[in-house]
Ligand binder design. Structure first.
Ligand SMILES: Cc1ncc(COP(=O)(O)O)c(C=O)c1O
Length: 473
């Protein structure tokens, strides 16, 4: 057998070593590791190692992983790791990823991935149903929310430009395109606007109300003014879960406005859209189904491991208008039951990410996600209530999803930064940095399936203690 391949016994041994390692890792997470303590010598040794001429045994590789890679990794699955919209992954994802690598399907042409194709179609249609996207809509699994937003905004741009899009791009236009977002939008939308040639000067960041929702009156004014000034408004991006506070823009009003004005409505639901899995949260999400395109991230509220994003598009044909290129070397027999996903997005080679999305839903079922989502939002509300009851702490934004923005009331921004740093360096918790209404704050984003109310109590108690110590310095 070729030495790059494993025989059945080696496969079994590797599987056993993997199972042992995963089981041990889960156990270790109950003992809080320090955060951010890195063995720099070990890291330098990795960074300077010469290219190996000979291979190493499985035992050596797993031992090195256990002794060097794991302790120098950020334990995102730890119950007080709360800085970003980055969950502790569900149990099945690691296994789905291993199997996806085993089959190594190329999910571009259906002939290279028939079962994966059926699975991707099915998960997309489950998502379409959750948002009542109509017959004729489409979608594709992406690497994450940033790629989902970029994929959608290219389609929005090209649909506006029509037949000239493919041959002339933006090169012939006198009237610049204008994109409207709120001042709370995730920066990947700005990045997409730059990549797509729209330019930041043509992204209008519309101010928000006191609940961090885009102000409709100011949006309308901006669009009308731009039309009068000779610009070409083409698209509005609403957020279903803004990155800092988890706010939802007024999605129904945005949909009405975009209908009236003939604008493409894209909803960035990377953060919040999948909370639709909870009956309690679903009513907030229903209007998202009126969008022309919607991003959602299974690697957030489906707790799939990185990477798994998704974009839904109201008219699947619009996806093909932007992305379908079929040179002879990629042409394939078409089949009414299957899609060539290479024609629906920017990537050619695509991994079988749909497997972990499919298994995430099949292994646990929707109800388990509804409970997990509700529990995490409840934890955020618990932290909100505890913060409001603590005179030395200040809540900076109402809790609408699972994020809490808090600071020590009588301390400066710099002192609050030091409190955040101490929480991290003393192994209490890893919280995020945020700015709300011009003030620096600490942000806890509850995405972690192990976090309890005791963890919230501990974090707030330590914040108060560190805050008092800062006052004395
Ligand atoms: C609102 C929002 N949009 C987009 C993104 C980017 O998603 P990703 O990190 O999957 O690219 C995030 C990430 O947290 C987000 O919160």
């Amino acid at each position: 057998m070729n030495e790059l391949l494993f025989d059945p016994d080696t496969h079994r041994k590797a599987g056993h070593l993997l199972g042992e390692l995963l089981a041990g890792y889960e156990g270790d997470l109950s003992n809080p590791p320090g955060f951010g303590q890195i063995d720099r010598d070990a890291m330098r040794a990795i960074m300077t190692e010469p290219l190996p001429e000979e291979g190493r045994s499985l035992e050596e590789l797993f031992q090195e992983f256990r002794e060097v890679v794991m302790p120098n990794s950020t334990h995102v699955a730890h119950r007080r790791f709360l800085p970003y919209v980055l969950p502790s992954p569900n149990g099945i994802s690691a296994f789905a990823d291993a199997l996806a690598s085993t089959l190594n399907q190329n999910c571009n042409l259906w002939t290279l991935s028939p079962a994966a194709n059926a699975i991707e179609q099915r998960v997309i249609s489950w998502f379409q149903d959750l948002f009542s996207f109509p017959e004729g809509s489409g979608g594709i699994i992406t690497s994450g929310g940033s790629m989902a937003n970029l994929t959608a905004l290219a389609i929005a741009r090209d649909t506006y430009l029509g037949t000239s899009a493919r041959m002339d791009g933006l090169q012939w236009r006198v009237s610049p395109l204008r994109l409207y977002v709120s001042d709370q939008v995730h920066n990947c939308v700005d990045k997409a606007a730059v990549i797509l040639g729209i330019g930041l000067n043509h992204v209008r960041h519309v101010p928000c109300d006191s609940q961090f929702r885009m102000r409709m009156d100011l949006l309308k004014e901006a669009v009308m003014q731009d039309r009068r000034d000779g610009f070409s408004p083409f698209c509005v991006v609403g957020s279903a879960g803004t990155v800092t506070t988890g706010a939802f823009d007024p999605l129904d009003e945005l949909a009405d406005f975009c209908d009236e004005e003939g604008l493409w409505l894209h909803i960035d639901g990377a953060y919040g859209a999948l909370t639709v899995l909870s009956e309690r949260r679903r009513p907030h999400l229903q209007p998202a189904g009126r969008a022309h395109s919607l991003s959602l991230d299974p690697h957030k509220f489906l707790f799939a491991s990185l990477e798994a994003g998704c974009v839904l598009v109201r008219r699947a044909e619009d996806m093909r208008t932007t992305y379908s290129f079929v040179p002879t070397y990629l042409s394939m027999f078409s089949d009414p039951d299957f899609l060539n996903y290479a024609e629906y997005g920017p990537q050619l080679s695509r991994s079988f990410k749909a497997l972990k999305v499919w298994w995430s839903l099949r292994a646990f079922g929707r109800k388990a996600y509804a409970k997990a989502i509700d529990d995490l939002c409840d934890l955020a509300e618990y932290m909100e209530a505890r913060t409001e009851a603590e005179p030395e702490l200040e809540l900076l934004a109402p809790v609408t999803l699972n994020a809490v923005c808090v600071r020590c009331r009588n301390l400066s921004d710099g002192q609050n930064e030091r409190v955040l740093a101490r929480l991290l360096s003393e192994g209490v918790a890893f919280l995020g940095r945020a700015e709300v209404k011009g003030k620096f704050c600490l942000r806890a984003c509850f995405m972690n399936l192990r976090t309890t109310r005791d963890d919230v109590d501990r974090i707030l108690e330590e914040m108060v203690r560190f805050g008092r110590e800062e006052m004395r310095v």
